[in-house]
Ligand binder design. Structure first.
Ligand code: ZN
Length: 973
């Protein structure tokens, strides 16, 4: 981008951000003084955020109430809840707002340019021109208000934030966090509660609330952030013209002040509420807290994350171990909060007793002194550094957009020094620095300076008190009663009227024209292009491989896949056991604990799984491939270690260690049972599909109900079966892990291929020889509609069938059907009317369809609802606006942004399933072009699925007995 094309801004700094492959620009908007940060790169998941520095001067929670209130309508978008409309009619990948102890931020994210612009527009309008000045009701609804329904009624407080904080103030962890912060910084804004203390929230007046907005929600006090692949110049000019140019720079005093260090550590004890039947013993939280420099110290910021890992968080870390061995608390946790100006390092013992306080402090200080004297465990430090560096480079934040997390991290320095936004995000040099310190005295000196010699600290004890909540509620009732008694009749009437007025404001529907003002996407705005498939067939040595050329920031994701085709049907459950055992059993060179540490010191982790790939070009033959996979992720330079550890697991595991196998089976059994109870819907749907689908049957045999039955059977007769089992596992390992049976899937940049062929060959050479036979998995299916009885009061009711087997075919419109059923028909009938917690459906390319309910009080009634889908679809009638919304909702599901690892997995899945780009493009077009009649036509698909009449229910004994005639058999697990 060219900043000279944005005349309204001054460029203060430009920086290449190597660690996150971006270019950073720090700007200032000349007229308004707004601080602007651009992070330009090719990430399509764009992020916009506007934040304000909002130090609270009391504990009324005004920053938090403001955060809620500005999203309740604004000048250009006056509907009362634009937020909810945006959630439904947009492709956003993030939409929220957050209040912190010193800042309030409003981030949005989307991969769609127009959607992104819409979200940005609504958010800018919300923060700068909220309707709070026109409608006091917003303050009363979100903050607090008196509630008096009639003159005779009890007077009470109401308000969204008021109620939210009452909840937050009752959790002991919440109490502890807050008190630590308040205690360590008594002379700064951190002494106050930005979220609001329910005791003080009612002290806030409407006028003070508006003043807070006037003071802090000014561009001069703002932090605007744009991230990703977009036309930055256009965005900057739009921001200038539409909003920023209307403001003149103002002098906003929102500085976060430094707390002067204490001369001596302080102590604080504070109660939290427990119910009268809960024990007071072993229910206290002991915490030891120290202030660690400021967040403007780049090395400290990272070094203490590593110390947290090495001293406290890793399994077997010295502080954790010493406190546990001394019997102080049942759980030891550490935290290092570096999202405030003066970061805090905390050591917390949960489930302790107050009289252990002295022993707690002594143990910590003794351990730390010994470490300073004898030196830190180098391996632990190296593991800690690698752990954090790996996560920094991988930047895999699961469902959260990368740009969002980067933006929040940049605030850790930017908020306290407006010239320093890049300090922590550009961390490669800092990691190098820290690596060089291992073996020296650097970390020991940090412990001496910041933990042992540092008097700016506090020991905070949070202690249980029985019936505290009830007592406080009583006191509040008395206070309100006294207030009510002091009022004249007219004043009481006025309160009743105000209560009614607020309710009227809330229940009045928005004007249609106001709703229309909220921008929603149209189908025509959505790209018809699909996410590219990146598969490149190659040989690594003699081994066939598929390479996925994806920008992974220097990390290789390797999957070694072994074909299971030759394994006879009756052996498959043992393959499931083999998969469960490998990686957590001793090997020839390591105990399993050491194995785990060694892996984490050099790589990002190693795991195993069983995968299934259905061939969509041979649907009628139901062809599929099953594989045993071992996967590793590591920096390219560490790939040799990843391969050698994979080899260790595959070839040197002690599968004759029957004592350990027994432990693993017991754990497996209890986990499977737990899974059936907590997510019985997927279990029941899989089981019902297995009546007619060989691949579903295989999955059930290795991870579902049949697998459980096998594991339970072996575990119960372990002594008689252990030798045979151990032999079986060794035979299978020899049969499966063979070079001629092997294939590689690899996701990385091209440079990450270097050396991989050699590593693959070396691994293959260590595997036993065998001869590849061209056999397919042969699996026999049989329909037997089953009911599984549990002790629960709710059911998981599954109905499945293959609609292709029964004469229908797949179309992209089925993806919309999922959304329609879940927003409308199934939602209405199974959740709203039936009282189930949830319900879902799926229809895939190989013809497998299911509908299943989740925590459902019904059984037969739910089956009837499924039958009703056909009629519902035959008569399906929809407005254009709703059809548009269903399509946007479907696209939003299909276009969920993916991490590099997920992109590689997707490409490999498509490769193995033989799905072509044309197929995906066709499906997408079928979604985008769908009309009412296309949805009506799906009645035939659902009818075909239902005609298979496959059912499986997991649920309560009574319901099952009542409906016995529906099943071929009713059993327990
Ligand atoms: Zn809130």
């Amino acid at each position: 981008m060219k900043t000279e094309n944005c005349k309204a801004y001054e460029l203060l700094r430009k920086e290449e951000l190597k660690g996150i492959k971006s270019t950073g620009y720090l700007l200032k908007h000349k007229k308004s003084g707004a601080r602007v940060l651009l992070v330009e790169n090719d990430d399509n998941n764009k992020v916009f955020s506007i934040g304000f520095r909002t130090p609270p001067s009391d504990s009324t929670g005004v920053p938090h109430i403001m955060e809620h209130s500005v999203l309740c309508g604004s000048r250009n978008f006056p509907a009362k809840d634009p937020f909810v409309e945006l959630v439904k009619g947009s492709l956003n990948t993030f939409l929220n707002a957050m209040t912190y102890p010193d800042k309030t931020v409003y981030p949005v994210a989307s991969c769609n340019e127009k959607d992104f612009q819409n979200l940005m527009h609504v958010y800018m309008d919300a923060v700068l021109y909220p309707n709070i000045y026109q409608h006091e009701e917003i303050f009363r609804q979100e903050g607090w208000s008196y509630k008096l329904d009639s003159k005779e009624d009890k007077l009470s407080y109401n308000g969204v934030v008021y109620n939210e904080m009452k909840g937050a103030f009752s959790s002991p962890e919440g109490v502890l966090d807050r008190v630590v912060l308040n205690t360590l910084f008594p002379d700064t804004s951190y002494a106050n509660e930005s979220g609001g203390d329910p005791e003080f929230i009612p002290d806030l007046t409407y006028e003070q609330f508006l003043d807070f907005h006037r003071t802090y929600y000014h561009p001069s006090n703002s932090y605007i952030y744009l991230y990703g692949d977009m036309d930055m110049e256009e965005k900057l000019n739009w921001l200038d013209q539409e909003y920023l140019s209307r403001y003149d720079a103002a002098d906003v005093d929102s500085e976060i002040r430094l707390q002067k260090p204490f001369e001596e550590m302080v102590e604080k004890e504070i109660p939290y509420s427990i119910a009268s039947e809960e024990p007071e013993e072993e229910n206290t939280y002991l915490s030891y807290n120290k202030v660690i420099g400021t967040s403007l110290d780049k090395e400290l910021y990272l070094a203490f994350q590593i110390l947290d890992y090495a001293l406290l968080s890793a399994p077997g870390a010295p502080l954790k171990k010493a406190l546990t061995d001394a019997g102080i608390g049942k759980d030891i946790i550490g935290s290092y909060d570096n999202g405030i100006y003066q970061p805090v390092f905390s050591i917390i013992a949960k489930n302790a007793d107050p009289e252990q306080k002295t022993a707690f402090v002594d143990t910590i200080e003794t351990v730390l002194k010994n470490i300073v004297k004898n030196g830190m465990d180098k391996k632990a430090l190296e593991a800690g550094i690698n752990y954090h560096e790996f996560r920094y480079r991988e930047a895999d934040f699961g469902g959260y957009p990368k740009g969002l997390m980067y933006g929040l991290q940049m605030m850790d320095s930017w908020l306290y020094d407006e010239n320093e936004p890049f300090m922590h995000i550009e961390a490669l040099d800092t990691f190098e620095f820290l690596k060089n310190q291992v073996g020296g005295r650097y970390f020991e000196e940090l412990i001496q300076t910041y933990l042992l010699n540092n008097t700016h600290g506090a020991v905070v004890v949070v202690k249980p008190e029985k019936g505290r909540t009830a007592r406080m509620d009583r006191e509040l009732d008395q206070k309100l009663q006294a207030y009510k008694d002091s009022l004249s009749e007219e004043e009481k009437e006025a309160l009743v009227k105000r209560t009614k007025d607020l309710e009227e404001y809330q229940s009045a529907p928005d004007k249609e024209e106001d709703i229309q003002k909220i921008p929603v996407l149209k189908v025509s705005d959505i790209s018809r292009e699909i996410e590219p498939i990146r598969n490149e067939e190659m040989k690594l040595g003699n081994i066939p491989a598929v390479f996925h050329d994806i920008d992974t920031n220097g990390i290789g994701y390797v999957e070694v896949m072994f074909d299971l085709s030759g394994i006879p049907e009756e052996k498959l459950p043992y393959v499931g056991i083999l998969q469960s055992v490998l990686g957590i059993i001793d090997t020839e060179n390591y105990e399993y604990g050491e194995l785990f540490n060694e892996i984490n010191m050099h790589t990002g982790g190693i795991g195993t799984s069983l995968e299934l790939y259905n061939d969509v070009t041979h649907i009628r033959e139901k062809e599929f491939k099953a594989t045993f996979e071992i996967k590793a992720k590591a920096l390219y330079s560490q790939m040799p270690v990843a391969f050698s550890m994979m080899r260790e697991i595959l070839t040197a595991s002690k599968l004759n260690d029957t004592a350990r196998i027994r432990e693993i089976l017991a754990m497996l059994k209890s986990r499977l049972l737990m899974k059936f109870q907590s997510s019985g819907h997927t279990t029941a749907a899989l089981r019902a599909l297995s009546y007619a689908s060989p691949s579903a049957k295989l999955k059930d045999m290795t991870n579902g109900i049949e697998f459980y039955q096998t594991v339970a059977e072996i575990e119960e007769h372990f002594e008689e079966k252990k030798e045979a089992l151990s032999q079986e596992l060794q035979n299978l390992a020899g049969q499966i892990f063979r070079a001629d049976n092997m294939m590689i899937s690899y996701t990385a940049e091209r440079e990450g291929l270097e050396g991989l062929a050699k590593l693959t060959e070396e691994l293959a050479a260590k595997l036993p020889e065998g001869e590849k036979e061209e056999t397919a998995c042969v699996i026999h299916c049989q329909k037997r509609n089953e009911g599984f009885k549990t002790a629960s009061k709710v059911q998981y009711v599954a109905r499945t069938g293959n609609f292709i087997d029964h004469g229908a075919s797949y179309t992209g419109a089925l993806q919309i059907l999922k959304v329609i059923l879940s927003y409308d028909y199934l939602w209405q009938n199974i959740r709203v009317k039936g009282g189930a917690y949830g319900c879902m459906s799926n229809f895939n390319r190989i013809g497998e369809g299911y509908m299943v309910s989740y925590r459902d009080p019904n059984l037969r009634r739910t089956m009837d609802v499924y039958e009703g889908v056909v009629e519902y679809l035959e008569n399906f009638t929809v407005s254009d606006r709703d059809m548009n919304k269903y399509i946007i909702g479907t696209i939003s599901n299909l276009d969920q942004p993916m991490t590099p690892a997920a992109k590689g997995d997707r490409s490999m899945n498509l490769y193995m399933n033989h799905v072509s780009e044309e197929m995906i493009r066709k499906e997408r077009a079928e979604v985008l072009d769908a009309k009412q009649e296309d949805i009506r036509a799906l009645a035939a698909v659902v009818k075909a699925m239902l005609s298979a009449e496959q059912i499986c229910v997991i649920g309560g004994e009574d319901k099952m007995e009542e409906n016995k005639e529906m099943f071929d058999c009713v059993t327990k697990f």
